[in-house]
Design a protein around this ligand. Sequence first.
Ligand code: SF4
Ligand code: SF4
Ligand code: FES
Length: 264
Amino acid sequence: MAQFALPKNSKIHTGQLVDASEGAKDSKVFKVYRYDPDTQDNPRWDKYKIDLSQCGPMVLDAIIYIKDKIDSTLTFRRSCREGICGSCSMNVDGTNTLACLKAIEDVKGEVQISPLPHMPVVKDLVPDVNHVYTQYASLEPWLKTSSPEPEKEHLQSADEAQVLNGSDGHGPAMCILCFCCSTSCPSYWWNSDKFLGPAVLLQAYRWIADTRDDATGERLDDLEDPFKLYRCHTIMNCTNTCPKGLNPAQAIAEIKKQMVARQG
Ligand code: SF4
Ligand code: SF4
Ligand code: FES
């Protein structure tokens, strides 16, 4: 008989509440997922009440403040703090996003912060991205050419480049591999062992659409598989979630169109 209860050690317990606001008028509670693999303890929700006048306006600013001033054991990834590197992706207030682009004032009440869903957790807010990066590497994401080397660089026309950059600056080459989309995709939740998921498929399209690349046929052959591509059922969570405003669902549709076009 199927069991629908969560395994005991995955239940999230209530953790500590640290009031570091010192009675400030403009304060906010951040409810943060904590998990330490070095203990046998279940994950827990810790709460930190902080004075908003002491930190910057973004959720990442609050997380950095908590680590610097209240609890140095809190673990998370970040680098650029301006939506470029993709490292601070996490779930804030129920939505996958970049903590550095998410304004604290946009969240009503407590700010709940947890790691990207449906990925193993390394510690606290850090997901294990080995699997998605292995999938990404399987694309061989570099320019493959069979034509003679040009004297200088491989050139594209402005129109050809626009397919990659997007006429609105939101084309597939703008993807920062934050994986907010893949971890919001129900098909990826259930089939991530075989389905490549929207982030990796957007990258696949980025190379298929690159007019300087001579391996389009080979790249399409590699996706001709019941799982890698066709587990996408156009649910659109990916596009709705992307914090950079990209459209992985459309990129997937373009790959499917190219698959059909070459059969006819
Ligand atoms: S459109 Fe496809 S890839 Fe995007 S969320 Fe839906 S099933 Fe996943
Ligand atoms: S498509 Fe958007 S959400 Fe997905 S990995 Fe790229 S930047 Fe992140
Ligand atoms: S810290 Fe680089 S995207 Fe947020």
